[in-house]
Design a protein around this ligand. Structure first.
Ligand code: CP
Length: 314
């Protein structure tokens, strides 16, 4: 199972075949994760550093768990308690860690392009765990996996991505992946939360400003968090008004009189982009996305490590 890329920098670089290979491999790992004994020895010769320069719960824990399930040796780096507080550069930090015989770097950073920079400057295998507003490839893979699990396919499924697209790295990765795999994609947000050149960058998408029209159109609503920490000027009048116009609520879902699947990459701002009763409802597959994140990250680490050992599903 050969991939076209040495590093996972973004979905933009992956071929359709790469994506299918990752999804299929992750299906084997998902089966293994249902067993009492979930531990595999496949990657016991691999050493991975999880380099998190930005906060994370789901991505950091699921990468760590995936690496442990595959038997890899792991090191966890966070800026707190590290020498980056003394002014050490990112590259010096990474070069020092790699000199300790580390093979793979899983990196999250608030600056777009950090994984690409590390891929140019080092020989390690680089896996992007989210870079600025650029991409979050493993999130898109777990989202697509969850859609495939629910609908039995990705092609032809109508997916609406709703919310703060401007500050999102989940949105671009999802758009790349879903359009490559033949899904239909609609973006819905207030104009101030849309990047200027969205249609030029992604000619295949539909753009809609009206939430009710979007929900009537879609099979899946992937709802994104309002990223207040990345907004340095007000982009809408108040969180309450955002919730009234763009929040996923019981009354609007009743009005459209149609069962749609609700997704959210997390963390959720309850009562802002989605109300609690919807996030926790039978329509929601938010926790399935989280569960699938471990299998996807096992698939990604396994495939990008170039391991020649076949996945043992027995
Ligand atoms: N979805 C996601 O990336 O969540 P974390 O920031 O908690 O990793």
């Amino acid at each position: 199972m050969q991939l076209t890329q040495k590093n996972l920098l973004g979905i933009k670089d992956l071929s359709i075949n790469d994506i299918q290979t990752i999804l299929q491999t992750s299906t084997h790992f998902k089966e293994i994760l249902q067993r009492v004994s979930k531990q595999l020895p496949s990657l016991r010769d691999l050493t991975v550093v999880n380099l998190f320069y930005e906060n994370s719960t789901r991505t950091r824990i699921s990468f760590e768990l995936a690496e442990k399930r595959l038997g890899a040796s792991i090191i966890n780096f966070t800026t707190s308690g590290s020498s980056s507080a003394k002014g050490e550069t990112l590259l010096d930090t990474v070069k020092n860690i790699l000199r300790m015989k580390v093979d793979m770097v899983v990196v999250r950073h608030s600056a777009s392009g950090v994984p690409h920079f590390l891929a140019k400057q080092t020989n390690a295998i680089i896996i992007n765990a989210g870079d600025g507003t650029n991409e979050h490839p493993t999130q898109a893979l777990q989202d697509a996996y969850s859609i495939q699990e629910k609908f039995g396919k990705i092609e032809g499924v109508k997916v609406a991505i709703i919310g703060d697209i401007l500050h999102s790295r989940v949105a671009p990765s999802n758009i790349y992946l879903l359009t490559k795999m033949g899904a239909e994609v609609m973006i819905c947000a207030p104009p101030t939360l849309l990047p200027k050149y969205l249609k030029e960058a992604f000619p295949l998408i539909h753009i809609e400003y009206d939430l009710e029209k979007t929900l009537r159109w879609c099979d899946v609503a992937n709802v994104l968090r309002i990223q207040l920490e990345r907004q340095n000027q007000p982009l809408f009048s108040s969180l309450r008004e955002y919730n009234l116009s763009y929040g996923i609520k019981k009354n609007i879902l009743h009005r459209i009189d149609k069962e749609i699947v609700i997704m959210h990459p997390g963390p959720i701002n309850r009562g802002v982009e989605i109300d609690s009763d919807i996030a926790d409802s039978e329509q929601s597959i938010i926790l399935d996305q989280v569960e699938n994140g471990v299998a996807i990250r096992m698939g990604v680490i396994y495939l990008f490590s170039g391991s020649p050992i076949a996945v043992n599903t027995k």
